[in-house]
Design a protein around this ligand. Structure first.
Ligand code: C5P
Length: 229
C-alpha cells in the first residue's frame, strides 16, 4: 500500500541569515526543496506529498507533481508542529486515520532510498512507528550559566533525531494537538508521541541525511551532488 508524506516547508530560515528561506536557496539550478521532494517521491512506496508553506509564500513554484506523483500544498504555522498539523489535515481522504504517514523536513535533501527502505520496513511493523536517527559521535558537555562546563553527558544511547519520521495519521495528529494545547514546543514529531507515553522505534540512518541550517551545510550538499555526477 502506498504512503503519503507531509513536508513542513514553512520555516522562514531566520538562523541561516539572508532573506531567502533555506528551502528556496538554489542548488544546482533548483531550489533546495525540489531536491528534497524528489528524493522522497522517487521512492516507489511514496504515493504523494503535502507541502506546508509559509503564509504568503510567493516563491513556491506551483509544482503539481514531482516524479509523476501528486503534490498538494497547505499553509503552515508559526511553529513546526503547527505546519505539520496543517499538512496532516490537508492529506487526501484516501489516507485513513490509522494509515502511516511520513513527515520529512524540507531542508533535508540528502535522504538515501536505502534509509527510507529501512524506516518503512521496520516502522510499519511497529505499533507506534519509527524515526531515522544517527548516533551522537562527539562528546557532549552541559554548560553552566557562566559558560563553564558543569558536566559531560555519556553519549552511549544518545541519538540525533533525523527525518523522515513515520507515524499513524490520527495518532500523530492527536499527539501534536496535545503538545500544542500544553504550550510545549516539540522539535520533532517523535517528541509529541513520546509525551503521550508512546515509544517509537529508532532506526539507524546515514549520518549524511543532514539538515541544511548553515551556508556550510549548503556547500556540503553541493559537494554531494557534484560527487554523484
Ligand atoms: O527550523 P528547523 O530547521 O527545525 O525546520 C525544520 C523544517 O521545518 C524545515 O523544513 C522548515 O521549513 C519547517 N518549518 C515549518 N514551519 C515552521 C518552522 C519550520 O514548516 N513554523
Amino acid at each position: 500500500r502506498g504512503l503519503w508524506a507531509v513536508v513542513p516547508a514553512a520555516g522562514r530560515g531566520a538562523r541561516f541569515g539572508g532573506d531567502v528561506p533555506k528551502q528556496y536557496l538554489q542548488v544546482a539550478g533548483e531550489p533546495l526543496l525540489a531536491h528534497t521532494l524528489r528524493a522522497l517521491l522517487a521512492h516507489p512506496t511514496v504515493q504523494g506529498a503535502v507541502v506546508a508553506l509559509a503564509e504568503g509564500d510567493e516563491r513556491w513554484p506551483r509544482w503539481r507533481e514531482i516524479e509523476g506523483k501528486p503534490l498538494l500544498t497547505c499553509v503552515g504555522g508559526d511553529a513546526r508542529a503547527d505546519s505539520v498539523l496543517a499538512g496532516l489535515a490537508a492529506l487526501p481522504d484516501s489516507v485513513r486515520a490509522d494509515d502511516f504517514v511520513l513527515v520529512h523536513d524540507a531542508a533535508r535533501p540528502n535522504l538515501a532510498s536505502a534509509d527510507l527502505d529501512q524506516l518503512l520496513e521496520r516502522g510499519r511493523n511497529d505499533p507506534v512507528g519509527a524515526i531515522l536517527a544517527a548516533p551522537v559521535r562527539d562528546t557532549l558537555k552541559r554548560s553552566g550559566d557562566d559558560g563553564g562546563i558543569d558536566g559531560t553527558e555519556p553519549r552511549e544511547r544518545l541519538w540525533r533525531a533525523l527525518t523522515p519520521q513515520l507515524f499513524r495519521r490520527l495518532q500523530l495528529t492527536r499527539a501534536l494537538e496535545a503538545a500544542q494545547a500544553s504550550g510545549i514546543e516539540v522539535t520533532d514529531e517523535s517528541m509529541a508521541m513520546e509525551r503521550q507515553g508512546l515509544r517509537p522505534l529508532l532506526v539507524e540512518g546515514a549520518d549524511d541525511n543532514f539538515k541544511v541550517t548553515t551556508p556550510a551545510d549548503l556547500a556540503r550538499f553541493e559537494f554531494v551532488l557534484a560527487r554523484r555526477g
